[in-house]
Design a protein around this ligand. Structure first.
Ligand code: HPA
Ligand SMILES: [Zn+2]
Length: 331
């Protein structure tokens, strides 16, 4: 079998990589009772109507994550799967507030994730960055407290901040001061926008929060001027095709706007978002697009190259990966 196309994954929630089998193993280890009979039963609950119906299950299952070892096992399991799918570099989101609210200290989460990420280059051939996300359906004060609590890890383990969770009704501008503070602290900036929310949220993420990348951004296509702006400034969009179908932002993969986005000159990348819940990891998203939308090998190569161009890697690291993408031979 041909090795998969080398790629970077830039939109991946580590809590969304919790496979049902690992959830049950951790539940047993921590004496947590899950309201599902088995891993198979749990998988049957993975039929979502929208973002919120997914988030309900996503937050519920996190109750099994309690110790640093749990977070290390979670991240290591993801990295192993990602490596098998051609991922060379991963910029990984985590949701600190979802853990501290349950009484799991930030130190515990970061000790576990830090251990797995530190071992990743040697163990899985993957370099990583960690992006701390704020839950946008919580207050800006809570986000600010979280930012301050994480300061000891800035520049070492944590390199960027992001914004996720329920989008509609929680515009980016709610977090202006938090992003100002993060920028002053030297962190890189990204935000989810235009997944379920309107194009105005993408404008706000760019102009108010001054983010460098937009996570999702598919609804940008509804606003011609916004598309022009994103093309002009080559703002990366971290698109998640299987996620969009499972959360019913797009009806079928065959209808996904990604080919149109590429055609429009947008700097699009392909990512798995919450792969355990949405039916596939990074290469599964590439293969799905190839099968359902008819993207050509050269378009897939362009998407892989975009993933490194849109990353927070240094120019030298980026160039080394781009050479590997250029010389890749499709099977
Ligand atoms: O796809 C998502 N959107 C918003 N918040 C999230 N948190 C995990 N996954 C997601
Ligand atoms: Zn996401």
């Amino acid at each position: 079998m041909t090795a998969p196309l080398p790629k970077a994954e830039l939109h991946l929630h580590i809590e969304g990589t919790l496979e049902p089998e690992l959830a049950f193993a951790l539940a047993e280890r921590n004496a947590v009772t899950l309201p599902h009979a088995s891993a198979e039963e749990l998988r049957k609950a993975y039929a979502f109507e929208d973002l919120q119906s997914f988030l309900n299950l996503y937050y519920e299952l996190m109750s099994v994550l309690r110790t640093a070892e749990d977070f290390a096992d979670l991240a290591d399991a993801y990295l192993e799967r990602a490596a098998a799918q051609g991922v060379r570099h991963a910029e990984i989101f985590f949701d600190p507030q979802a853990h501290t609210a349950r009484g799991v200290p930030l130190e515990t989460v970061l000790a576990g994730l830090g251990r797995a990420l530190e071992a990743a280059p040697e163990r899985h051939g993957i370099s990583t960055r960690l992006i701390m996300c704020f839950l946008r359906d919580q207050s800006a004060e809570s986000a600010m407290e979280t930012l301050e609590a994480a300061r000891p890890w800035f520049g070492s383990l944590i390199t960027a901040v992001g914004l996720d969770s329920a989008e509609v009704g929680h515009p980016p501008s709610k977090f202006r001061e938090v992003y100002d503070r993060a920028r002053e602290a030297g962190l890189r900036l990204v935000a989810h926008a235009g997944e379920e929310g309107p194009p105005e949220y993408v404008w706000e993420a760019l102009d108010v929060l001054k983010v460098e990348r937009i996570d999702h951004g598919i609804r940008s296509l509804e606003d011609e001027r916004l598309v022009e702006r994103l093309v002009r400034d080559q703002i990366p969009l971290t698109v998640c095709p299987l996620s969009n179908v499972r959360l019913r932002c797009v009806d079928r993969l065959a209808d996904h706007p990604l080919p149109r986005m590429l055609e429009a000159g947008l700097l699009v990348t392909v990512n798995s978002d919450d792969p355990s819940y949405f039916g596939g990891y990074a290469e599964d998203n590439f293969q799905g697009l190839r099968a359902e939308t008819g993207l050509t090998d050269e378009q897939l190569r362009r998407l892989a190259a975009n993933s490194f161009r849109a990353s927070f890697l240094s120019p030298a690291e980026r160039d080394a990966h781009l050479k590997e993408v250029e010389s890749y031979r499709f099977g």
